[in-house]
Design a protein around this ligand. Structure first.
Ligand code: FES
Ligand code: FES
Length: 217
């Protein structure tokens, strides 16, 4: 199973509703996982159960291979935060509700709290750290700052990741499309207006930069 989060009803590969996501997410919380039905290579080829003790896991995170020994029940979020010290993705609800843990799995936004780390093997995991390398902010990050689109900031990394994924499929969105597209993320501080304006602003910036030949990873 590849667990995706909601991205609104429009076109594009992230076309999974919150309801669909929650239905699917229940599969991702079991302890021992039978490998072979839906997991990526190389585990897929074995067709054997792994665990419940620690098993070697190789994750490709922000372009770098990271090797770990993990119990199969460990979520991708816990592996990132607790085992690798990659703490951009936040643990808030830990149950596929708030989106604070959003990362990209092969460019698709997922709730890292409901993806098992071993499910992520064979996929490219991208976290928010990838988008601020060298101290240069991604246009979405800059727009969040410019529009004061955060208060406590706990939801912000998840919103930024969801926004980056959304804009890949919707480079010129309307305000309504932004609202729907980010429907899988919640902000308890209520900064939705600023967030939506920031995404619209980032869309314009990215379109202009793409026309000028700049590419954002
Ligand atoms: S912490 Fe994962 S959705 Fe809330
Ligand atoms: S800024 Fe506080 S939860 Fe969104």
């Amino acid at each position: 199973m590849k667990t995706k989060r909601g991205q609104g009803p429009e076109k594009g590969t992230g076309n999974v509703s919150r309801r669909d996501f929650l239905r699917g997410a229940g599969v991702a919380v079991s302890g021992t996982l039978l490998v072979g039905e839906s997991m990526a290579e190389p585990a897929e080829a074995s067709g054997q159960a792994r665990g419940p003790g620690e098993v070697p896991v190789t994750l490709r995170i922000n372009g770098e291979a990271r090797q770990l020994d993990l119990e199969p029940r460990v979520t991708l979020l816990d592996a990132l935060r607790d085992r690798l010290g990659i703490t951009g993705a936040k643990k808030v609800c830990d149950r596929a509700t708030c989106g604070a843990c959003t990362v990209l799995l092969d460019d698709e936004p997922v709730y890292a709290c409901t993806v098992l780390a071993i499910e992520a093997e064979g996929h490219n995991v991208t976290t928010i750290e990838h988008f601020s390398k060298g101290g240069q902010l991604h246009p979405v990050m800059k727009a969040f700052v410019d529009h004061d689109a955060q208060q406590c900031g706990f939801c912000t990394p998840g919103f930024v990741m969801a926004s980056i994924a959304f804009l890949k499929n919707h480079p010129n969105p309307s305000l309504e499309e932004v609202e729907k597209g980010l429907g899988g993320n919640l902000c308890r501080c209520g900064t939705y207006h600023g967030i939506r304006l920031a995404v619209l602003e980032a869309a314009k910036t990215m379109t202009a930069q793409d026309e000028g030949g700049s590419i954002h990873g």
